[in-house]
Design a protein around this ligand. Sequence first.
Ligand SMILES: Nc1ncnc2c1ncn2[C@@H]1O[C@H](COP(=O)(O)OP(=O)(O)OP(=O)(O)O)[C@@H](O)[C@H]1O
Ligand SMILES: [Mg+2]
Length: 500
Amino acid sequence: MTTVGQIIGGEYGELYIRQKAGQTIEIGELLSVGGNVILQVHDLGYQSLMEDDDLARISGMQLEGYDETTLMEEEIRNYINAKAKLLVHVKNGEAKIPKKLPPFFNRIKRVSEEHFEFLDEPENGLYLGKIRSGSRVLDVPVYIDGKKALSHHVLIPATTGRGKSNLVKVMLWNLIPKDYCGMLIIDPHDEYYGRNELGAKDHPEAQNKIEYYSPNPPKGGFSLRLNIDLLKPWDLRGIIELTSAQTDAMYVYHEEYKDKWLTDLFMSDEEEARRHGIQETTLEVLRRKLSLAIDVHRERSRVYCRSSIFTTRSNENMLNQIVDSIEMGKKIILDTSSMPQDKELLIAGMITNRLFNRYKRYKEKGELDGKPTVSVVIEEAPRVLGERAGRNVFHTIAREGRKFRVGLIAITQLSSMIPRELLANMNTKIILGNEMRSEREAIIGSVAQDLSKDSKNIASLDRGEAIVSSIFTKFAVPIKIDLFEDIARTKDKKNLMFFN
Ligand SMILES: Nc1ncnc2c1ncn2[C@@H]1O[C@H](COP(=O)(O)OP(=O)(O)OP(=O)(O)O)[C@@H](O)[C@H]1O
Ligand SMILES: [Mg+2]
């Protein structure tokens, strides 16, 4: 590889590199020094050995037609200064955090595939993309330990249209055949199954590994209808705003009537409410809120459901069926695209609650080891993790799920709306492009590696370009994610080994 520059100053975390005339260095580009240290460029600027006045004067003469004024030795006097940080030091085939500066004045070269021979595929490797140097993609696959990373939560932050959904499609596709992980994908845009386009259903193993639930399922899908008896007072926690008196009232009825608490709460009369120490107005408001949330109504001597999602008849076993499948390592896609947000979160919460409680029990009984890791994909995560969201099950998982090997894949355009403590708990961040400075700062403030100099780098990420910062990677790895359609189409050509 040709020399592209030389170290001419700086300090740890910010080396100054003089770009060689005729070469171009890009922001985000990876450079090699001494063959075993990799640098990453985070800023570029002009430098000149001449005084500003002289530069202005010479420019003036050139622009105004005094064309004899050529600059002597221009390529020596003017140059581009690249600021770079030490990314990784390779020692005995292993990645180390760099601890010392490379020799002053050392020549800098571009990286090539050979520089990444130290990267290997971990156990339960989950393929994310290929190494990217600026906008150049190297033929080096990047894997992360899927089992560990998924249980420690993954955050996918980016502005709209930068490729969050595409990344989840790629991850899902690669996870479909893997039994080490069960997934619940809450899909408010109905984009992952691929009802009318390429999607998870087109995977060769989809038949046995994918289950699709929708209020109006296509052939091969399941009808998503839940019996209201499945709803428990704690499912509403942090999903519907309730006062403590209203919450208490639910628990009182649940204590007394168990599975039939909701029916009885609707059938109950004033006298019964009073006997339970519940005020009439509390009961009335509670009923109104529940009616809105799950479309339950009372008609003389019976309680019925008007919604297409909840029912008073049949389907008592649906939640168990879904949770059983996840526990078998299957990937469950929940089409919530036709539901209002509160119903979506209520249903997603009901399933997630069951799932989480089951895994907690496994842990108590010492049976967790034999179980697959569980990953719950949630779009627009601040809806459930934000400061204003209540303490719901997603919140609990974000805080302590990893102890039970239940993790979130939280997708968001607004990381700043998620409390810092939860952001810091998301131990893998796959950062896509973001032009909002405040968002970049929220992300940078909570990552596993020091990205304090990478704000411009993140701002300049194009579609599908990302930085993976994780406690499971030695350094923040710049990657290019494949376009999902390319991966899924490769399968049509009977070439299933697309990613190796
Ligand atoms: N890795 C990639 N390589 C090439 N193109 C990509 C890649 N990822 C996404 N794109 C392109 O960008 C478009 C938008 O991507 P995607 O829907 O994944 O964005 P998003 O971040 O989920 O957006 P939104 O916030 O609107 O949900 C895709 O339709 C695709 O054309
Ligand atoms: Mg999307």
